[in-house]
Design a binder for this molecule. Structure first.
Ligand code: NAG
Ligand code: NAG
Ligand code: NAG
Ligand code: NAG
Ligand code: NAG
Ligand code: NAG
Ligand code: NAG
Ligand code: NAG
Ligand code: NAG
Ligand code: NAG
Length: 799
């Protein structure tokens, strides 16, 4: 996380999801998967999900914006609507992202334009809670004043409808006005322009322009362009507004920040003659290239003069159905809320990254261009591995876009939003993404270029390692750890996180070693050596107190100075029992999590961790204490793998038990059903992999096996068209039987507690016989997932 950061249209229009309802509305036993998607999950309590209308990976995302928790635009936190805009991110924390050029409908109380409410503070309005319609591809909500709003999207355009017929003066006096505000969600506008045109015959109006804004978690600035076409009535007048004053002349406006950085609220408007005979349509084309391209995008994708709202919704929903088609579930009588939680999570994995192909303002290239990697630190662990299974063709395009960024910028990105470079959180996370794609045989990728790009991360320190690459490489190469308070005259970045960066760089180098070996490069030995560097920060005697009482666990990662002397960071610092630590707030030697949690972040050598912590028994005890003492932060990514660690100690049943401890108590179908920001779908993917019973350790060809939360799950690989099935025998929907007693793979006994990606691409069948108690299944040394060293210290993994 960046915390600081077949269902018809008619049916669709009458389904209403009550906001704040504890229980979901009764659904029919539907055969349409979209009936199980509730985009509002996470729209409360800081999930910060995007709840509006979008295509899979769509650039344009239409949603109301609120003046409360508005990081994703809309939320159901009881705050007011301030506008409707077409660009958003999903699940991110910190500064709200995008929300550029919001539009807003109203009927002013008299003919005088100056009675209209133009500024955010005056126009903000409550909405009617039970009027919300939230479905893939369609969002609707009625404002307190009776104006009914609906929105849908194409790739690069949004279509809004504003129906005034329900307002108290809707059919009578009053002339409906639509205004556009030259702002974004966090008022980052530097300067902007707008021009207003009335169409011939006054049957509509066009507002177009551009603005320069700041990325919500990154460097530099970006320019967005819009082209808004309004229709549905006869234009009365049009013009521009500044603060709460408006005029019909001039028809264009340029705003900047004055010397005192004063934020002028300004924009344009079109007013229609009431009464209207139907809703006003507002088609918003967006581009990052030019106003002309914004208009063309809109004209091509949602042609006029009569914009087809229902047809656009149907197209968008068909696109979602196709994306969700690879999975089928036999629920085995489980509660419907589990299905809603599951399908909504699948949906949320494809909101971002966003496909900005043909909208890259920085270079031209035949390669795909994706944006909103927000951030790869969040996405590499579970979300992108999920797409590798569900949507490998897109994942391959995503990987190619990372490589194209490397090619043109000289560096792989770590985080990006609105075409800008975002802040790096730890290691060079794109390395992990590329190698996970490699071990899973994604096609159409230039692996030599991938190798070059990762070596670049591993060997060359950029001047600005706050936005790309790794920092402190001179020390890293000389000492094999990142020193506490490093002396680094070579580059700029937040000189903190020495523990977590050491751990992450070690895993980056492990991944590089994997690729080097696969490609037959002689650097394998060098990088597999560096992959062990994490051991240099393990302080065997370190203890940990909570409230002055020794927890009884010994051995933690600790910071170490350049001269080799240990520094100190309380092992519980940065845990939920202490203060949150991020890049700028409370920067510490561990990023966004404690030394307790990072103790388990050695994804390639858990066998060694078990040995260092005193053997299986103390390792399991420590894991248990970690998850039950309040130290674990289940709402943030570093925790993810810890749930499945017992597999390495030969206790796969304990992993299953822990997954059930968190699902549904922390990940569920309520509107507050996420324990933190969804982080572009990263948190969603924790639910997904746990629910299908195969959980990845990305960068390695490993999925940990637990019983699926449904009776059976089948996934047809879009890459091979083969169908993989994992099914439970003795399944009980009350989840008493969560322990695997025995397993069969394609009809043959299978005793390993993990399996490779071939399961999905080759379409294998795994049958799990369940029981109420742990069994001997998957417990033997040879049945555990591979580690670089096994407990006797010999190489267990790469040979
Ligand atoms: C839903 O309908 C299908 C087909 O009619 C049936 O097999 C299934 O048992 C039903 N599921 C539930 C939960 O009612
Ligand atoms: C609407 O829902 C919000 C959030 O649950 C709540 O705070 C507010 O009181 C509700 N408003 C009404 C009128 O029920
Ligand atoms: C406006 O007209 C529509 C359709 O004729 C009708 O349904 C609605 O009730 C009217 N609204 C008002 C406020 O009179
Ligand atoms: C708008 O702001 C950007 C960023 O501050 C600046 O580079 C650009 O020159 C400004 N444009 C105009 C026309 O002032
Ligand atoms: C923004 O629009 C104004 C007015 O049309 C134009 O002068 C300016 O060049 C545009 N800026 C960019 C960066 O395209
Ligand atoms: C990748 O391809 C290689 C060579 O064909 C094959 O041996 C391996 O099993 C494949 N791996 C996966 C995960 O499909
Ligand atoms: C530590 O002490 C404080 C204050 O007495 C208490 O609120 C807190 O729950 C304690 N924490 C733990 C983990 O015991
Ligand atoms: C190593 O450096 C730290 C920080 O400057 C210092 O506190 C410590 O005394 C040094 N240790 C030795 C052995 O010089
Ligand atoms: C659903 O998840 C949220 C967020 O983790 C949690 O606060 C809530 O208690 C959960 N609800 C249920 C019914 O388990
Ligand atoms: C999978 O099936 C689809 C639809 O029948 C077909 O277009 C595609 O070529 C097939 N792909 C493979 C790899 O067989």
């Amino acid at each position: 996380m960046v915390r600081h950061w077949h269902w018809s249209i008619t049916a669709l229009l009458c389904v209403v999801i009550p906001v704040g309802a504890r229980n979901l509305p009764k659904r029919a036993n539907s055969s349409d998967v979209l009936d199980y998607v509730n985009p509002l999950i996470g729209s409360q309590a800081g999930g910060n999900v995007f709840a509006g209308a979008t295509l899979p990976y769509g650039m344009v995302k239409a949603s109301p914006d609120v003046n409360g928790e508005n990081t994703g635009g809309f939320s159901t936190d009881g705050s007011q609507i301030t506008g409707f805009s077409a660009l958003h991110d999903s699940g991110t924390g910190g500064n709200p992202s995008l929300g550029n050029f919001p539009i807003f409908p109203q009927i002013c109380s008299s003919d005088d334009l100056n009675t209209c409410k133009f500024t955010i503070g005056t126009r903000a309005i409550n909405y009617i809670n039970d009027s919300i319609i939230a479905k893939p591809g369609h969002f609707g909500v009625t404002l307190e004043n009776g104006i009914k709003t609906d929105m849908t999207v194409s790739e690069h355009a949004a279509l809004f409808e504003f129906d005034f017929s329900g307002t108290s003066n809707g059919n009578g006096s009053g002339d409906p006005l639509i205004m556009l505000d030259l702002t974004d969600l966090w008022a980052s506008r530097q300067n902007a322009s707008i021009s207003v045109e009335e169409e011939e015959g006054n049957e509509g109006g066009r507002l177009k322009g551009n603005g320069t804004f700041l990325p919500s978690f990154g460097a530099g600035s970006y320019i967005a362009y819009f082209c808004l076409d309004l229709s549905g009535g006869t234009v009365k007048d049009s013009g521009v507004w500044v603060n709460n004053r408006a005029g019909t002349e001039p028809k264009d406006l340029y705003v900047t920040r004055g010397f005192n950085l004063f934020y002028l609220e300004a924009g344009g408007f079109v007013r229609f003659k009431g009464p209207l005979s139907g809703p006003i349509s507002a088609r918003m084309g967006i581009s990052f290239i030019s106003t002309g391209q914004a208009c063309r995008n809109a004209e091509d994708e949602i042609p006029g003069p009569d914009f087809d709202f229902e047809g656009t919704v149907i197209k968008t929903q068909d696109a979602w159905r196709e994306k969700l088609a690879p999975i089928s579930i036999e629920s085995g009588g489980t509660d419907e809320s589990g299905l809603v939680s599951f399908w909504s999570a699948v949906y949320r994995t494809m909101i971002s990254p966003q496909d900005y192909t043909d909208e890259n303002p920085h270079w031209t290239s035949p390669e795909p261009y994706f944006d909103s990697f927000y951030c790869l630190w969040d996405m590499w662990r579970v979300q992108l591995p999920f797409l590798t299974i569900m949507d490998p063709l897109q994942q391959s395009r995503i990987v190619r876009s990372l490589l194209d960024i490397y090619k043109h910028r000289g560096w792989l990105p770590d985080c990006s939003m609105s075409t800008c470079k975002g802040w790096t959180q730890g290691g060079s996370d794109a390395d992990n993404v590329l190698v996970d794609a490699y071990v899973k045989n994604l096609t159409n990728i230039d692996w030599d270029l991938a190798y070059e790009a990762i070596v670049n991360d591993a060997e060359k320190e950029p001047l600005e390692w706050s936005v790309e690459g790794r920092g402190g490489l001179a020390s890293w190469k000389r000492l094999n750890y990142i020193p506490y308070l490093d002396f680094n005259p070579n580059g700029f970045g937040t000189n903190s996180r020495s523990i977590s960066r050491t751990l992450e760089y070690s895993y980056n180098d492990f991944n590089l070693a994997t690729l080097a070996k696969g490609l037959g490069k002689d650097t394998y030995t060098k990088y597999i050596g560096r992959a062990g560097s994490w051991q240099n920060l393990f302080k065997a005697g370190q203890t940990s107190d909570i409230n002055g009482t020794d927890t009884g666990f010994t051995g933690f990662f600790q910071p170490k100075y350049l001269n080799g002397t240990w520094g100190y960071q309380d092992p519980i610092a940065c845990s939920p029992l202490a203060d949150f630590c991020s890049l700028t707030s409370n920067p510490s030697e561990t990023f966004e999590s404690s030394a307790w949690e990072y103790m388990f972040f050695v994804p390639h050598d858990i066998a060694k961790i078990i040995e260092l912590l005193g053997g299986e028994e103390t390792f399991l005890k420590r894991l248990d204490f970690f998850h039950t003492s309040g130290l674990a932060d289940i709402g943030n990514e570093p925790v993810i793998l810890t749930v499945y660690m017992p597999h390495y100690a030969g206790r796969p049943g304990l992993s299953a038990k822990r997954a059930h401890y968190y699902i549904p108590s922390r990940f569920n179908s309520s509107l507050a059903g996420l324990p933190g920001n969804d982080d572009s779908g990263a948190m969603a993917s924790f639910t997904l992999f746990s629910t299908i019973g195969l959980f990845p350790n990305p960068g390695q060809n490993v999925y940990f096996i637990i019983p699926p939360f449904f009776e059976a799950v089948s996934i047809t690989s879009p890459a091979t068209n083969k169908t993989a099935t994992i099914k439970n025998i003795n399944f009980d929907p009350g989840y008493q039987n969560i322990y695997i007693q025995s397993a069969k793979l394609n009809g043959e006994d299978y005793s390993k507690n993990w399996i490779g990606h071939e399961f999905f691409t080759e379409g294998w069948t795994l049958e799990l016989v369940l029981g109420r108690e742990e069994s001997m299944w998957g417990t033997k040394m040879e049945d555990r997932p591979p580690s670089l060293s096994d407990t006797t210290g010999s190489i267990g993994y790469m040979t």
